[in-house]
Design a binder for this molecule. Sequence first.
Ligand SMILES: C[S@@+](CC[C@H](N)C(=O)[O-])C[C@H]1O[C@@H](n2cnc3c(N)ncnc32)[C@H](O)[C@@H]1O
Length: 437
Amino acid sequence: MTLSGEIYSFEEAPLYQKSAQTYIETGIDIFDLKNKEAIPNVSTSSFPHAHSIVKLLKQVKTSKKKLKVLECGAGNGIFARHFLFACKKEGLLDKVEYLISDFDFRIVKDLRSRSLYQEFKENIHFRYLKLDLMNLDECIDIKSKPYDLGEIDLVIMNYCLHALPCSIYKKEDELLEKLYIEFLEQDNHQVQVLKEFWMEEKKVRFEAKEKQYLDLLHNIAENYKQEQKIHFNFNALDALEKLLNRLSPNGFIYIADIPTMDFDSRVSYRAFAGAIAYILNSQLISNFVETKNYWNYIHNDFILYKHIISKSQPSYRFKQTLKENFETNNPCVLFCEMISAMKIFVSDQSNKAYKALLNEFLRIDDVSVYSKLYQAIYYMKIKKFKKSKKLFEEAEKINFFTTCPVHQYQKKLDLLMERESLLKSMKPKFLGLFEFN
Ligand SMILES: C[S@@+](CC[C@H](N)C(=O)[O-])C[C@H]1O[C@@H](n2cnc3c(N)ncnc32)[C@H](O)[C@@H]1O
């Protein structure tokens, strides 16, 4: 362990570099649950989540021009896969160009090396890009050629804005103080905050990006209690502003992130598999959008904080679709709850109930590895082993990041099939014995 002894303002601390390094060194294996530690994304990457956003996109389609969808920080690319399948379902596939981007080539190339989008055509339905939210003016395609993003109809950011460093403030006798830290670097490249201390705002050095949004910081600080940490995600605001400038007139930005209510404000950040999440200050983002006079929709549930931003008032049908997919009915929450419910039925006595639940599940998801797994389990329960085996094989093929416990159930089927063949081979002997008696 080495003690660097260096003092940094929170947003400049090597936490971000180390976190970025972790993403680059691990590549998309950072999402693979077969590893000891992995970044979880079952709900954000679920088919129902992608499908509900495609339904919204359908409402902004007006001209014959292809809709351009940009996904930032695409990570393991499962969301993009599901999005393309949902476009197909909604008859939008040939009307969409999906840009799958991440901040480093290692991740983008890793993604390309997997067979995630075999059912779709590269450069027609989708395209890989290297795009860093900290440097949006530079966008490069898979051949390292500059790529002009042009006008975008939809920007998707799932668990991604939180990867950008923020600064942290607190109120002290009505004045603001900024957080500085001393950090400890361990041999395994993990970093640990050793000491935190506060500096008066007037003694602080501001980065140009941070300076732009200081008024917003002062405004939201009014609602904070003394000593309460204020997360100032100025890099996220800067990225949002640049992306909003690229939106088509009725285009929109979709953000899904860690719910703020899930977050203990005494903590400065959270770490997942060595990558840092700075936690988004939803109030800050909302205030920023309001000062720009953009249209704004926020929805929180126990899984996700969702924020939709549009430059213009969306249509009545858009708002209706929003209500149907995020409020009265929320397929993403339903998906998570059904995954838990499917585990309840363990015996063969519950086949009928399991089938009813399966039908309900297939109504919201007949695409993902989960849909294949639950069908395989059903056929195993009713002893149609061949059909079950085929479905398990299909599930295994698309279980790209071991997010789904396919193998565990497949082992059970293997045992059942073994037992059945053993019984079959014993039958003649039993019969023989019977005849002898
Ligand atoms: C927590 S992961 C989320 C990945 C994926 N969207 C999901 O929901 O699973 C954060 C993603 O942001 C990417 N990322 C980190 N820094 C970034 C930056 N400066 N610009 C764009 N993406 C970045 C990481 O490579 C990673 O893929």
